[in-house]
Design a protein around this ligand. Structure first.
Ligand SMILES: [Mn+2]
Length: 301
């Protein structure tokens, strides 16, 4: 998505939804097959690392998730649109467009939508503090749970520097990761032909790489320490594509995962109970690779 396109024509505080709707009206396609009848209502939904604009993005599954789940507050926790990849090559299939329209539709219908840009959609960071098409754009948010806890909501890339460059992305390299995701598509295609459920090769490989595990632990510790210093009860982040709910030194750590590998969302119910939904596992018979059951809460590690 071209940043100029958004900023020039849609940044009106009054009737922001109308502005973008007007902008998109010429290209708004018919959206057959979308049922807005939600099957499950949550107090809050947190999703991140969607990476719209990349081949790895599981937009179809996310579209299905958004059509079947509704909420009062939707948090988009960064790396929603992959500006890095789009700058190299424009890739915007209909399924990706559909996700964008579903989110706008939710905002139109009264869902409070809060967007916390990540590193891949950092082009939106200068827009923090503004309301764009009914979507609030902020650097970080404090989410107050139904049971009165304060959670810091942020993407998480700012902790990369703290983790003294052992990050697995640097180790494997962005190139190798892309190759793994491509291979993923092949594996998924074959598995589908064989009638098997979705299974992520790159997620599997990452699980097997010791360095990746070390990185994840260090990332989680760095986040928890920072949240502790801020005097908050917990955190919701994304960035490392590794869904989790756990207690770290008295801090409740939530990572909502991603829609490239794990296809997960973090949801909060009316009582403040949080759980991770594995949508791929839910929609195509469970064969769980991440250790997180479909529609089950992840217990503290
Ligand atoms: Mn990121």
């Amino acid at each position: 998505m071209d940043a100029a396109l958004w900023s020039d024509r849609s940044l009106k505080r009054t009737a922001p939804g109308a502005a973008l709707a007007e902008m998109l009206s010429g290209i708004r396609p018919a959206l057959p097959g979308i049922s807005h009848k939600a099957q499950r209502h949550h107090r809050s939904i947190f999703v991140s690392d969607i990476h719209l604009g990349t081949r790895g993005c599981k937009a179809e599954l996310l579209g299905d998730f958004l059509a079947r789940n509704s909420c009062e507050q939707l948090y988009l926790v960064g790396d929603i649109i992959d500006g890095w990849r789009l700058r190299q090559r424009w890739y915007w299939p209909e399924t990706h467009n559909r996700v964008l329209h579903q989110i706008l539709h939710m905002a139109d219908q009264g869902t409070r939508v809060i967007f916390v840009p990540g590193n891949h959609d950092e082009v939106f960071r200068p827009l923090c503090g503004r309301v764009m098409a009914g979507i609030e754009v902020v650097h970080e948010a404090i989410h107050l749970t139904a049971d009165g806890r304060k959670l810091l909501v942020l993407h998480g890339d700012k902790y990369d520097g703290i983790i003294a460059y052992a990050r697995w992305l640097a180790l494997l390299g962005d190139w190798a990761y892309t190759v793994a995701l491509r291979a993923n598509e092949g594996v998924d295609f074959v598995r589908r032909r064989l009638g098997l459920s979705y299974w992520s090769l790159s997620a599997y490989l990452k699980q097997k790489v010791k360095n990746a595990v070390e990185f994840i632990c260090r990332f989680e510790d760095a986040v928890a320490r920072d949240v502790q210093l801020k005097g908050l009860d917990g955190v919701v982040c994304g960035h490392i594509h590794h869904p989790a709910i756990k207690d770290i030194d008295g801090i409740r750590y939530h990572n909502d995962g991603d829609w490239v590998e794990s296809c997960t969302a973090l949801v909060e119910d009316a009582h403040g109970h949080m759980e991770i939904l594995c949508w791929a596992a839910q929609r195509r018979e469970p064969r769980i690779q991440t250790g997180i059951s479909p529609a089950k809460a992840v217990q503290p590690a």
